[in-house]
Ligand binder design. Structure first.
Ligand SMILES: *[C@@H]1O[C@H](CO)[C@@H](O)[C@H](O)[C@H]1NC(C)=O
Length: 398
């Protein structure tokens, strides 16, 4: 009974509707047993081309997108894998708690970009875990190659011989890459590897109990290639052979009971006296600091202002008063300097100005015209003619 594919035994397909994109497929599976479902490309191909049901179906590349209905991801226990768009996909995993999951699967046709949808209703019922479990590592396998039920049966048959019982169930199959394995080189003879966990009601066989011996520990920690001991090697297909040193046994009957849950308090702290705030630091007198940083610079600034104001305005005398006190010839000299400066400034400003007055000859050599007679009160009066100057009385005399 258990030998003829026990996953098929536990898995009850209640309703399969081949026609219509919203086909709902129902399963009832127990907790702690391995579940696989192969997403067949042919099934979806007929969804894409309903008219060609009786003709030869095309073989389109397809990818699948699986998620829990109204959620972005699959449930925690369920995984999906598909190696290549020309391969079938697999949903697999081991449920750990009872419940119900509705899984949506979208198939995307990579040739026409059509999509088709299927709904899976997976009901998980509670069941006792198998008390004795063992995990084996199969080095020369990849997860997709192990998931088809025929291969699972081959592997199980070998392990049944090793365990020496027919009552054996596959509990879990995992890709070694999901457990920290490395992606292999893309060469022939390199595989990702899979872990297969099986469980039984029957206690471990003598062969399996060798895993617990000190000899096994010693050989395997040495790192040498350890073969399955003679009389325990039941592997009929080379690619299904287990790696002896990665075998692990789990005796769930010996597991210590889970520690009691912590007691939950009322959520209110016990009374512990009044709150005593820390002493505030002693008060400090900031007045001297204020004097030094604000008042002193302010007083200095006011003094400087007053001093500057006195120099600028308090000691000024009027221009007329100063002119009256100035020697006349000095004043005249001063005016000529000013006049000459202005003249030079004008000449520097633009070209083509008349030549400066000081370059003019006293008379025009061509016309013989003499310069106009000098006005005695003109400011251009030469200093040598000072005796006719009405201001001459202010000139210094010997
Ligand atoms: C199956 O294996 C996966 C990956 O190691 C792990 O996350 C999961 O808990 C396992 N399930 C059971 C029931 O042991």
């Amino acid at each position: 009974m258990a030998g003829c594919g026990s996953w098929v035994f536990f898995l009850t397909v209640c309703a399969v509707s081949l026609f219509g994109a919203n086909a709902e497929i129902k399963f009832t599976i127990p907790v702690g047993k391995f579940f696989t479902y192969e997403l067949m490309r042919e099934t979806f191909q007929s969804d894409f081309e309903p008219s060609s049901l009786y003709r030869r179906l095309q073989d389109d590349p397809m990818t699948f997108k699986c998620n829990r209905q109204k959620y972005p991801d699959l449930p925690e226990w369920l995984r999906f894998t598909q190696r290549h768009p020309y391969d079938n996909g697999f949903l697999y995993g081991t449920p750990t708690s009872p419940g119900k999951s509705i899984i949506e699967v979208y198939a995307i046709n990579k040739r026409s970009y059509e999509t088709a949808r299927q709904i899976f209703v997976i009901k998980i019922v509670a069941e006792k875990m198998l008390p004795y479990q063992a995990e084996f590592f199969i080095k020369l396998r990849e997860i997709e190659k192990v998931l088809p039920s025929s291969v699972q049966d081959e592997i199980k048959q070998d392990l049944q011989k090793l365990w020496d019982t027919q009552a054996l169930e596959i509990v879990n199959i995992t890709n070694a890459l999901d457990r920290g394995g490395r992606v292999p080189l893309p060469l022939a003879g390199h595989f990702e590897g899979v872990y297969v966990k099986v469980g039984s009601e029957q206690y471990f066989s003598d062969c399996l109990l060798r895993v617990l011996t000190p000899e096994y520990q010693r050989q395997c920690t040495a790192g040498a290639k350890v073969k399955v001991p003679g009389g325990c090697n039941f592997c009929s297909i080379p690619s299904n052979c287990i790696t002896w040193c990665k075998t692990e046994l789990f005796d769930l009957t010996k597991q210590e009971p889970t520690p009691p849950a912590p007691t939950v308090g009322s959520g209110i702290l016990e009374a512990g006296g009044d709150f005593d705030p820390p002493e505030s630091p002693p008060s400090r007198d900031y007045f001297p600091d204020y004097i030094v940083t604000v008042i002193v610079p302010l007083i200095l600034a006011i003094i400087l202002c007053l001093l500057l104001a006195y120099i600028m305005y308090g000691r000024r005398e009027g221009v007329t008063k100063r002119n009256a006190r100035t020697n006349q010839i000095q004043l005249y000299h001063h005016h000529t300097i000013h006049g000459n400066t202005d003249e030079l400034r004008n000449m520097a400003g633009n070209r083509g100005v008349p030549p400066p007055l000081s370059t003019l000859p006293m008379f025009n050599s061509r016309t013989g015209e003499t310069a106009p007679p000098l006005q005695s009160d003109s400011p251009s009066i030469p200093l040598i003619m000072a005796q006719h100057d009405p201001y001459s009385d202010t000139l210094p005399r010997k």
